[in-house]
Design a protein around this ligand. Structure first.
Ligand code: NAD
Length: 262
């Protein structure tokens, strides 16, 4: 299928590694121009150079922290300065810390709100005039926690649904302007973050990382973690003109973990 992205410009937040990087690579495979963001300038530049060299596309790196309003604005303005338009915006950030409710302070909640909710709010708000012009698309990267709360990640369970609520609201308001808004909700994907979470559990339970991985995989109907690329393929499809009649949806990429019907 031709995703018709060869003249497109895509912005991918939090993309120096993990799912964000895989999304940037999937856009690159389709020939799109890409702007990636991440906090560490050196790592981000290396990622941009690697993707540019591997796929022969233009990749711009705009370092910044998506918790910071000015950095979100710089990412969007930097994209328009470099490439003149925005066809696709993928919001993403690191995950909020996985602590239990009783350990969380007000400061923890506000910090997680900035990371998870305000990053998406600010990126979408700044990009909107450009997306209207291009009749473009937004995908918010969230989590299976928006459909099925997970144990010990109360911040994610509580705050990510706000992003879905915002995306759904915008999808209705923007549909007549030709701008689409969808969410992609990964289950267990084997990335730096999931390895880190598994290592913490291994240390707490006094078992090996391999044992934690096997135990987790037993709870996944497909009996394996997903790959970042398997999430990225869906994100890029939803951003493309091939998904022109799809808006306001949340699609899981979870190997069958979600237990509900809808
Ligand atoms: P990862 O740790 O592999 O990558 C996260 C990326 O985000 C890194 O490039 C990091 O530098 C960047 N980042 C973190 N905080 C940032 C900030 N404030 N500003 C800019 N960049 C920042 O994680 P991942 O597994 O790719 O996860 C990406 C998102 O998807 C996270 O929010 C995570 O919670 C969510 N998620 C992951 C899984 C999974 O199984 N991996 C499942 C559901 C949801």
């Amino acid at each position: 299928m031709d995703l018709q992205l060869s003249n497109a410009v895509a912005v991918v937040a939090a993309a120096s590694q993990g799912i964000g990087r895989a999304v940037a690579e999937a856009f690159a495979r389709e020939g799109a121009k890409i702007v990636i963001n991440g906090r560490d300038e050196t790592t981000l530049r290396r990622t941009a150079d690697e993707i540019g060299a591997r796929y022969g596309v233009e990749v711009e790196a705009v370092a910044g922290d998506v918790r910071v309003a000015g950095d979100c604005l710089r990412l969007i303005e930097g994209t328009v300065t470099r490439f003149g338009k925005i066809d696709a915006l993928v919001t993403n950030a690191g995950g909020p810390p996985g602590r239990s409710f009783e350990d969380l302070t007000d400061e923890d909640w506000y910090a997680a709100f900035d990371l998870t909710v305000m990053s998406a709010v600010r990126l979408m708000r700044s990009a909107l005039p450009h997306l209207r012009e291009a009749r473009g698309a937004i995908v918010n990267l969230t989590s299976i926690s928006v459909k099925q709360p997970l144990s010990d990640i109360v911040l994610s369970n509580s705050l990510r649904p706000a992003v879905v609520g915002l995306g759904k609201t915008l999808s209705t308001q923007l549909a007549s302007a030709g701008v689409r808004v969808n969410d992609v909700a990964p289950g267990h994907i084997w990335t730096h973050r999931s390895k880190e979470l598994a290592s913490v559990r291994a240390a707490n339970d006094g078992i090996s990382l391999g044992e934690v991985r096997s135990q987790t995989e037993l709870g996944i109907p497909m009996r394996r973690y997903g790959e970042a690329e398997e999430v990225a393929n869906l994100v890029v499809f939803l951003c493309s003109p091939a998904a022109s009649y799809i808006t306001g949806t949340t699609v899981l990429v979870d190997g069958g973990v979600y237990k509900g019907l809808m």
